[in-house]
Design a protein around this ligand. Structure first.
Ligand code: FAD
Length: 409
């Protein structure tokens, strides 16, 4: 096999891979990105959180996103049984950007990857990582190129940013079951035809099924009169709905009267897709010569749109350690990568669990919360899940329990 050598090999040119490779290149680390698909390609995960704008800034990637004329986003709105509650991200506890965008990922991911190339990163599209052999201080990776020819890359370090491809978890036997129950989602894009003047296009709208707390819908507006529409529930919920995914989506929407009314003139404009069992975990987020970024590590749940933010955070943490190592500094991957990343992931985990068991829904729809507490909750919803000054980051479970009790009584 033809052989080549790189300092860092990045698997996947999604958000985590593009951001990581740009940060490495800017610090003069020799990096190669291998991407299985041809871009642009569809990806789910279209509502961003303000916290991630600071990662884009750090990687010198913000401008290409600001130029794209994406739908402005300044908050999250929730509706359940006619009760509406909204969070404006500018009224958040933590410091940092308070607005962001909702994006069609095919375009967003391509822009980031193109920007990484502009910054000097080499990305090879339609090159698929097929196997890896771990040695003491490097890895041998076998790749299949667009012609089906195999070659080998000797990499000092591998960053797995392969998302749901989960390349290293599969190849290195790192898969570990998620502690969240498996859920399913059916989604598509619609031309929304919304004429309701009260509808706020600057916020994601999360609606809850009137009878089933476990089932919720996303409506993510884009800047061109279209929206991403999706419904999430346990497989049993979908099994009871008849027909093809399209029929199931339509009958699920019909069950939520406010959403059905809002979308009365909507028209489906893409294939209706479904994803099942996306929650996933791993035994370890790093090894001798590798680290798992974004979805290649743990994926929780889509309810708080945290996926791309976690992907960027992981890329930022891992690359900063690689940069320190390059300077000859000693780093601790357990403490400074895994534990640091999991701090925020565990904040989101507590929020996801509290959403599905009803505690967080009680909190969100409670009308008399103190402004300070609402700001703290708002900061998490805006992605600031690593700010330990926020008591809901420092002790999410305990704080949510106390607050839920207050809101219930
Ligand atoms: P990806 O974006 O998945 O990129 C991985 C890349 O790796 C792909 O381009 C793939 O082709 C490539 N790859 C895979 N295998 C190989 C291989 N063998 N060799 C080379 N390349 C390979 N997140 C949000 O932030 N907001 C949301 O609103 C949101 N909604 C969601 C809704 C649902 C139903 C689900 C399931 C997820 C949602 N997410 C959301 C999560 C979001 O999709 C992911 O967290 C995000 O895309 C992760 O980015 P990534 O860079 O880790 O991986």
């Amino acid at each position: 096999l033809k052989k080549e050598t790189v300092d860092v090999l990045v698997i996947g040119a999604g958000p985590a891979g593009s951001l990581a490779s740009a940060l490495l290149k800017q610090n003069k680390i020799n990096v190669l990105v291998l991407e299985k698909q041809k871009f642009p390609r569809f990806s789910i995960g279209e509502s961003l959180l303000p916290q991630l704008m600071s990662f884009l800034e750090k990687a010198d990637m913000r401008e290409v996103v600001d130029e794209a004329r994406y739908q402005f986003k300044d908050g999250a709105a929730f509706r359940k049984n006619g009760v509406y509650s909204e969070f404006n991200f500018n009224q958040k506890y933590s410091e940092g950007p308070g607005t962001t965008y909702q994006v069609k990922r095919a375009d967003f991911d391509k822009r980031l990857a193109d920007r990484a190339e502009e910054l000097g990163v080499e990305i090879r599209y339609q090159h698929e990582v097929c196997s890896i052999e771990e040695k003491d201080d490097y890895s041998e990776v076998v790749v299949k190129d667009s012609q089906g020819e195999a070659y080998e890359v000797k990499a000092g370090f591998v960053l797995d940013a392969s998302g749901f491809g989960r390349v290293l978890p599969r190849l290195l036997d790192l898969e570990y079951p998620s502690d969240l129950p498996q859920r399913q989602s059916i989604f598509c894009h619609i031309r929304d035809g919304i004429s309701d003047g009260d509808y706020d296009r600057n916020k994601i709208l999360i609606s809850v099924h009137p009878q089933d707390n476990d089932v919720w819908y996303w409506l993510i507006p884009f800047s061109d009169g279209t929206c991403s529409l999706g419904v999430v529930g346990k497989p049993e919920f979908f099994a009871e709905l008849s027909g093809e995914p399209r029929d199931k989506l339509l009958s699920a929407v019909a069950a939520e009267p406010d959403l059905a009314k809002l979308l009365q003139r909507a028209e489906i404009i893409t294939e209706v897709q479904q994803i099942k069992g996306y929650s996933a975990n791993v035994k370890s987020l790093f090894g001798n010569n590798f680290a798992l970024l974004g979805n290649a590590g743990e994926f929780l749940d889509p309810v708080f749109s945290s996926g791309v933010t976690i992907a960027f955070k992981s890329a930022e943490l891992a690359t900063s350690l690689l940069i320190k190592e390059k300077r000859g500094e000693t780093v601790c991957w357990q403490k400074d990568y895994s534990d640091s990343l999991l701090k925020g992931v565990n904040t989101f985990r507590a929020f996801v669990n509290a959403w599905y068991d009803g505690r967080l829904q009680d909190i969100i729809f409670y009308q008399d919360s103190s402004q300070q507490v609402r700001k703290m909750i708002c900061a998490i919803l805006a992605g600031y899940a690593w700010d330990e000054n926020n008591p809901y980051v420092a002790q999410p479970e305990r704080r949510l329990n106390v607050l839920a009790e207050i809101c219930k009584s």
